[in-house]
Design a protein around this ligand. Structure first.
Ligand code: GLY
Length: 405
């Protein structure tokens, strides 16, 4: 990614006034987490009025000019985010009515365990956001068992020859990618780590660690940006090529892909305690931060040709803010920890105000996310995963502030 590399080099070499290069050093911008979480609660109630909980359809996204959620069933890759949003809201408000809604929508995802449903790497998103939160907040062993069953199903896609999970079964033939691993899959390793710590097969830990290592070794360029998709050979496991599915082109830096990597490697460091992953998370975070526009929210691809007139991706900002908040707390370098905390704080401040705040327009939390630009799908939309990582980041931010009082 030439542009990002040049930007980073320019900042480092010239030691320019960093405000022209980075978005994270302008000093701290404290935000009112209680107020922002209260806003989330209000928007959730607006959504509940719109979607009714008498079915297992879940809100996914709202078009640029629309006000109504488009709904999906449990098999959609985003199905976990709505129950996850409700669980975070219950955690923050203690409201029993919200808990009932969270339980209802979580239960809908039992369908994913049917032997008739093959599933893919997204089982991680689906089970972490629903059943793992449900178990964490209620202690109900049924939820724990469902999450363990989801982890077992996810582990079934692990290929020991390659050392990673095959993310998309359907792309093996469709695209001629015999074994494919996408960067988003880094997020789903968390379900395997969680299961290994909570009564599941200990082999899940090794699978998750291997996936993180093989991905680190093959799916990143020299400048620490990544390929969305890595294609591997199934006979001897060698890396064939890096390509894109949702980015501008094979060599570009798709913003959400970089966000998944920041969050993912931070989580892998938390789970393994291996400093190699901490140093790696720093590098993938630093290249992202160096390339951000002044408002801390990336365009959908850092190399998009029409910047500054390209669509933004608020979901990448929300994912990154949440990941950086965790990274800031795990840091062994205090100065870096402060930098990541302040960067996350500024991202949250931006997302919590116009033009990103949906208040008055739609019942989502955020506007201006981009789902799949090359497919022409969910461009400049409100999307449930942007909202999920926003409320998670606010919850993390509040916890950190309270811990440090
Ligand atoms: N995991 C699919 C996406 O990020 O769009």
């Amino acid at each position: 990614m030439g542009k990002t590399t040049n930007l980073l080099a320019g900042c480092l070499v010239a030691g320019l006034a960093l405000s022209s290069c980075t978005a994270h050093d302008a000093g701290s911008t404290s935000i009112d987490a209680d107020q922002a979480l209260a806003y989330c609660d209000t928007q959730i109630r607006r959504t509940l009025l719109q979607v009714k909980n008498d079915s297992c359809l879940l809100p996914r996204s709202i078009t640029t000019n629309g006000q109504e959620w488009s709904m999906v069933n449990a098999y959609d890759w985003t199905s976990g985010f709505w129950p996850g949003i409700l669980w975070y809201d219950y955690e923050n408000t203690g409201d029993e009515a919200i808990k009932q809604e969270a339980m209802h929508y979580t239960e809908c995802l039992v369908a994913l365990l049917s032997p008739h449903h093959q599933g893919d790497h997204d089982l991680g998103f689906q089970f972490l956001c629903s059943f793992v939160h449900a178990w964490r907040l209620t202690g109900n062993e049924r939820y724990k068992q469902a999450a363990l069953d989801g982890a077992a199903k996810l582990a079934g896609f692990y290929n020991p020859t390659v050392g990673t999970i095959c993310s998309w079964q359907h792309m093996r033939e469709q695209m001629g990618w015999p074994h494919n691993t996408i960067m988003d899959n880094m997020m789903n390793l968390e379900l395997l780590f969680w299961a290994a710590r909570n009564g599941g097969d200990m082999a899940y830990y090794d699978m998750a660690e291997s996936h993180a290592r093989v991905t680190m070794e093959n799916q990143f360029r020299d400048d620490y940006t990544n390929y969305h998709v890595a294609v591997y050979d199934t006979i001897d496991g060698h890396f064939i090529k890096g390509v894109t599915n949702q980015g501008l082109n094979d060599e570009s830096c798709w913003a959400r892909g970089q966000a998944w990597a920041i969050y993912g490697y931070t989580m892998v460091y938390r789970e393994t305690g291996n400093k190699e992953y901490l140093r790696f998370a720093e590098r993938v975070a630093d290249v992202y931060l160096a390339a951000l526009p002044a408002d801390h929210v990336p365009y959908w691809d850092f190399d998009a040709p029409g910047i500054p007139d390209e669509p933004k991706d608020a979901s990448a900002a929300a994912i990154t803010a949440s990941g950086l908040l965790e990274l800031s707390q795990l840091e062994d370098d205090k100065e870096k920890g402060r930098t990541y905390f302040q960067a996350a704080e500024q991202m949250l401040a931006t997302l919590s105000a116009e033009p990103y705040k949906a208040d008055g327009y739609k019942p989502s939390f955020l506007l201006h996310s981009t789902g799949n630009y090359p497919a022409g799908y969910e461009i400049d939309a409100a999307i449930n995963y942007a909202d999920y990582y926003y409320i998670e980041a606010l919850t993390r931010y509040k916890d950190i502030r309270e811990k440090n009082k």
